[in-house]
Write a protein that binds this ligand. Sequence first.
Ligand code: PLP
Length: 405
Amino acid sequence: MQNIVQDISYNVSDSGFYGEFGGAYIPEMLYANVEELRRKYLIIINEPEFQMEFNDLLRDYVGRPSPLYLAKTLSAHFGANIYLKREDLNHTGAHKINNTIGQILLAKRLGKKRIIAETGAGQHGVATATVCALMKLECVVYMGSVDIVRQAPNVARMQMLGATVVPAESGSKTLKDATNEAIRDWINNAETTHYIIGSAIGPHPYPDMVTRFQSIISEEIMWQIQEKTGKKYPDYVVACVGGGSNAAGAFYHFLNNDKVKLILAEAAGKGVNSGHSAATSILGSKGIIHGCMTLLMQTEDGQIIEPYSLSAGLDYPGIGPLHAHLIKTGRAKVYAATDNEAMLSVIDLSRGEGIIPALESAHALAILGEIGLKKQDNVVVCLSGRGDKDLTTYLQYIEKNNIKL
Ligand SMILES: *Cc1c(COP(=O)(O)O)cnc(C)c1O
């Protein structure tokens, strides 16, 4: 037990902070809603009946536990034992469903009739539309019009599920702009509506709430790694980071065990210094975005710098406050992968293991060569989603860049 770090807390404080990051910076109109959520969320999610319904749905509806798979070709390539945490096998194709199930159960208990959400890659929109169909609640999803084009299959899925998809036309017409529209809707409909935020971002208690719902990932990794290796914990946990929910969930039960190295993979886009990047931890500085104090890409006078990544799910100018804190304290290390590096990892995993990953997840694979792995290391990579939604992007990229398969 001497490995447990005692001096720095990586869990949220009562006032909603992770060190200097977090908090709830919200307009007056949302205060009552967010305050109600803050007062009730832990009470509700710790009720035995809630836990039972949540766990039953995760098992029978989502298909959990998701497997932990020893990827032999990848392991040989990187010279370490690479285990993939297969969130890509979840119902709807990514980790997002863990959180939307938790939040819809919470929304029902709060008596809400209407659900709104923002989405980038469309995975969170699909996961939200899915649980709204399941629970028969009205669903409105905001999505940047650029993302509507590059993630068309997910738009069709949301429509099939009965959701209304509303295009966001401002700014770069991507995730940040969709989030702005969703917040505007919420302000106008605060009493009837629950906003299901899809990542470990937003005002307190969202980052902690989303992290807890996603922590099923590390809860499973703990017993699965023991089953597979006889060791109590992995040497590394690696995850891509947009807002930070799959990483937060994969890290959660290891946060206070400093024997487990925590690695984040950001989207460098066309290169960290190219002016077309979403590498928030490198390019960002402290500021407020979408209700919390965190690291974000901004100009000197506080204007948000438009992020860029080929991957819609990582194309966000901020990072969750937990991750800002993990990076600031040195608990987690960040590496950045370019579009091109991520694409090459997509091809390697498809050809080498027969698994077509989401472009987001491929960023976590693309940085494995940089972290200094040793032969006996057990490395868990969170494979956050599957690549079906990205197939058009993949084929176009391969053709345009003359990549030989
Ligand atoms: C949404 C998404 C991400 C990025 O979101 P996080 O909150 O950082 O996890 C990563 N991978 C996939 C497959 C996604 O759908």
